[in-house]
Ligand binder design. Structure first.
Ligand code: ADP
Ligand code: ASP
Ligand code: MG
Length: 417
């Protein structure tokens, strides 16, 4: 069985949905399970709904209607008959969303977040499934929450592999065409959970692992994995073949084309991953598989924007020792900071961190009780894999370098633009 994942960009409008159907017509649609994300920027739009809800904003209703209207337009563009059942199905999903928002009593932000953002994926897969059936691509719509079981870490749930594997193996017939949602799971009380932003690639890997799939293809708006994000670097070139190890490193350092959690389950079963263009489905794209001889010869560039460079030193000039460091890391964990780079010297300790959950203010106050805290906001972290003098110079030119770290394969630089 093959697992295909189509992300938000591939289904951002009616043309996109039609294109996904045409990709399947070109590359075949038997024995395939499709994992599909929310359409376009729907997850971001639903995040606005959640914010409005918690802030009791007057814009709450307008923000819901915006999401409703966006999907309705896609429906109008896809289905001629406005009496088609899909209009009722989607309308009823939005009514469910509104009902949840009206009746919810939970003050738990992360719980509410997952119950609300999940509508993006549920609506999107409903539309695509109806459209495919209409076009003769007969498929079965699966509610992924009946298959991927997780703990209760809302917004960043951990998969219960044993239970998930059992449910997937029992419930999926390898000879059919399925459509299901990326990014979602459910806890033991059947409340919706999510696997972390951009987590749909990971969903594809979970299904592949549990089904011993022959391959996973993630269909993107780029020709494959390039040696740099074309949004930030000119002249990016395609990497035809890379090893799991290289892909894990690139994803870990922030090459957002593959979600970092995707690779490990695939690598464990040596299931090949293809990163391909949904605009040119017959081109080979990038193949990620086993093999140390697949390392790219070219330098690969990765940038993470919007980072914080935080430096801590002791108030009394004493050394920063293991004990302090473990305490500092416990706080990073508590405040959900993503640590992207670490450097320490005798009396100071610097980290480049990402404040995904807006907790920096609180963390800083906490740390200030014990350390002298200094920081730079809004810095960028550049990583160059397989660096050389020339590639390092390309990144450094015209920028103020705040910190630099070199290892055998990798150069990392924190800059202020
Ligand atoms: P999806 O639609 O599946 O969510 P994403 O937008 O998350 O897809 O991923 C595709 C994007 O990843 C590309 O448009 C590109 O801007 C970005 N990207 C970042 N790093 C790379 C890279 N090394 N190679 C290709 N694309 C990259
Ligand atoms: N829709 C989710 C997000 O935008 C998951 C995904 O697209 O991978 O984060
Ligand atoms: Mg995405």
């Amino acid at each position: 069985m093959r697992i295909f994942k189509f992300g938000g960009a591939s289904v951002k409008d009616a043309e996109g949905v039609k294109n996904v159907a045409s990709v399947l017509e070109k590359v075949g649609h038997q024995n395939t399970l499709l994992v599909i994300s929310a359409m376009g920027k729907t997850t971001n739009a639903l995040e606005v709904v959640i914010k409005n809800y918690f802030e009791k904003s007057n814009d709450l209703n307008a923000s819901i209607q915006e999401v409703r209207k966006y999907h309705n337009q896609i429906l109008i563009d896809l289905f001629e008959d406005e009496e088609h059942n899909v209009f009722f199905a989607v309308n009823s999903l939005f009514n469910d969303l509104e009902y949840f928002i009206r009746s919810n009593k939970s003050p738990n932000y992360n719980f509410v977040y997952d119950q609300v953002v999940s509508f993006g994926e549920i609506v999107s897969t409903t539309i695509v499934s109806y459209y495919f059936n209409e076009k003769g691509l007969t498929n079965i719509w699966l509610d992924v929450r009946n298959f991927i079981k997780t703990d209760v870490t809302y917004r960043d749930a951990n998969v219960d592999w044993e239970e998930t594997q059992k449910l997937i193996q029992e419930g999926v017939d390898k000879n059919k065409l399925y459509i299901t949602q990326g990014f979602l799971g459910s806890d033991s009380n059947n409340f919706t959970t999510t696997l972390g932003r951009e987590g749909s690639d990971y969903t594809a890997a979970i299904f592949a692992y549990c089904l011993n799939a022959e391959s996973v293809s993630i269909w993107k708006d780029v020709p494959g994995v390039l040696n740099a994000d074309p949004r930030y670097f000119e002249n990016a070139v395609l990497l035809n073949q890379i090893s799991y190890r290289e892909a894990i490193e690139l994803a870990f350092y922030g090459a957002t084309v593959i979600h970092p959690k995707t690779l490990q389950p695939l690598q464990r079963k040596e299931i090949p991953l293809y990163v391909k263009s949904f605009l040119n489905p017959l081109l080979p794209g990038t193949s990620v598989s086993k093999g140390a001889d697949l390392e790219p010869q070219t330098s690969c560039f990765i940038v993470k924007k919007n980072q914080l460079l935080l430096s801590l030193s002791s108030l009394d000039f004493s050394f920063i020792m293991e004990e302090n460091i473990s305490e500092i890391f416990a706080l990073f964990h508590q405040y959900k900071m993503k640590v992207n780079l670490i450097q320490n010297s005798a009396i100071s300790f610097s980290v480049c961190i990402e404040d995904k959950f807006n907790n920096f203010e609180e963390l800083r106050n906490h740390l200030a009780k014990k350390f002298k805290v200094s920081f730079n906001e809004n810095v960028s972290l550049y990583t160059i894999r397989h660096f050389n003098e020339k590639s390092a110079a390309t990144v450094e030119t015209g920028k103020t370098v705040l910190l630099k770290q070199i290892s055998r394969e990798t150069l990392q630089i924190v800059t202020k633009e």
